[in-house]
Design a protein around this ligand. Structure first.
Ligand SMILES: [Zn+2]
Length: 463
């Protein structure tokens, strides 16, 4: 290890508490993007961050704005010169709301307890990008420079689906120009194993509607001789899943390499139990020869998200005229919504129970899934950086959900190395009560980032 790198690494370690303090300062701003009442908190935090980045030694630190959009903080350091590569670091400053959640501590006043830091945004995503500030600070303080050029983008609309990020990319292309992108809003499979996110599932909705009568009818007068749309609907919906609740149609034939990579990620019953809040006595679904990682990230899944079945308030002794259910369908990465829709429609419209009329409709376009093949010298460089800090290379993981900004970066910059990492672990409960970040993970992330800037700057990696 060269002297400069070892000095920067030592400085990052020595300044760890200072970096935690910086993070705590940001976490005290309730920058909740879905609630217009917190608009001022977003603006204030964006201004604070932009000022801090200048103090850190970054240049052109500014709050970018667009009409009808929340602000975006951008900054850069180009002192390495045009011969060196430029790395873009993306994070988001906005938070999920906390209303109605059973927090046992104040969500916007960080609390250090054991080896974790609790606050909304600690892991998602302030800890993610602040881990890069820790690395940048260490390099600049120790050596007066960074190994490569750096751009920072801190968005404030991620938790509402990044509706204006593409407009920002179009309006400020210079702020996004880079040779590699590090997107820090993802998860590690454990506190000992760093994760590299390589896939997302897609998402779309179908409405299944059963109709039989032009008006509600008396169930005592007509029951047994005319259809009951409610029982017809639940009978139909039961066709969708096997006894484990998994889709009976549209399963993906996952290529062996990806299947094996997913199977290598340890996802214990305990991890699932804690992460998904299983009640005592309720077990995770059996794997049945397919790994948990494959089920979670690579196979489609169905959830019934709402129905028009009679509710307690609307209870009456009547045969209803119609009943519908909205299905939320997760798509395997690369799977086409139209194929899943065709399979589901064929299953639900043949041999229809009670002879009711069945329609299957899609109201909004699908969000496509995404799969990325991480290969080439940038990922070998990242492996070296993570090995130095974590003692382990990054394992390839997927995300079962859909992250619009990742899909967008994949679409716009998919030919560049995209390094998707973060500071979340299975106990972080992002978007839930008592969100927390493991401080050991934070420390390893900062150190990995010190190494990553160095490794990516070496000749032949990006340039
Ligand atoms: Zn996030």
């Amino acid at each position: 290890m060269t002297t400069q790198l070892s000095h920067a690494a030592a400085r990052a370690t020595a300044d760890f508490d200072h970096t935690v303090e910086r993070l705590c300062g940001y976490l005290r701003h309730p920058a909740i993007s879905c609630d217009p009442a917190h608009r001022a908190d977003i603006d204030t935090l964006a201004a604070v961050i932009a000022a801090d980045l200048t103090k850190l030694g970054l240049t052109r630190s500014r709050v970018l704005t667009l009409d009808k959009a929340l602000p975006l903080v951008a900054a850069e350091w180009t002192g390495a010169g045009p011969d060196k590569p430029t790395v873009l670091i993306y994070g988001h400053l906005d938070l999920q709301p906390v209303q109605g959640e059973p927090w046992t501590m104040p969500p916007h006043e960080p609390t250090r307890k054991g080896d974790r830091l609790y606050a909304r945004g600690a892991a998602d995503d302030m800890g993610g990008w602040v881990s890069h500030l820790g690395a940048i600070d260490a390099w600049l303080q120790e050596t007066g420079s960074l190994p490569c050029n750096v751009r920072l983008i801190i968005e404030s609309e991620e938790e509402i689906g990044s509706p204006n990020l593409e407009r920002y990319m179009d309006a400020y292309p210079d702020a996004f120009a880079a040779d590699a992108m590090i997107l820090t809003d993802c998860e590690n499979p454990s506190t000992d194993l760093p994760g590299l996110t390589v896939s997302l599932r897609g998402l779309f909705e179908l409405e299944v509607k059963c109709e039989a009568l032009s008006a509600d009818g008396h169930s005592g007068l007509w029951g047994n001789m005319v259809p009951d749309v409610a029982t017809a609907l639940v009978t139909l919906l039961a066709r969708l899943v096997d006894r484990d609740g998994r889709l009976t149609v549209a399963r993906v034939d996952v290529p062996e390499g990806r299947r094996a990579a997913a199977a290598r990620v340890p996802i214990s019953a305990e991890t699932i139990r804690k992460g998904a809040h299983l009640l005592p006595g309720v077990e995770p679904l059996p794997e049945r020869g397919t790994s948990a990682g494959e089920w979670l990230w690579l196979q489609p899944a169905v959830t019934i998200v709402c129905t028009t079945l009679p509710t307690r308030e609307r209870k009456k002794n009547a045969l209803r005229s119609s009943a519908s259910a909205t299905l939320s369908l997760r798509l395997g990465p690369g799977q086409r919504a139209e194929d899943v829709k065709a399979a589901v429609t064929a299953l639900l419209t043949s041999d229809v129970p009670q002879g009711v009329k069945v329609s299957v409709t899609q109201e909004k376009p699908a969000g496509e899934g995404w799969y990325y093949e991480p290969k080439g010298p940038a990922f070998e460089a990242a492996d070296r950086a993570y090995l130095a800090s974590w003692g382990a290379k990054m394992v390839r993981v997927g995300v079962g959900g859909s992250i619009p900004f990742v899909a967008l970066f994949g679409e716009r910059f998919g030919d560049l190395p995209l390094i998707l990492n973060g500071v979340m672990d299975p106990e972080s409960t992002a978007h839930g009560p008592d969100e927390s970040m493991h401080l050991g993970v934070f420390q390893k992330a900062i150190l990995a980032n010190v190494h990553l800037l160095w490794e990516l700057a070496q000749p032949g990696i990006l340039r």
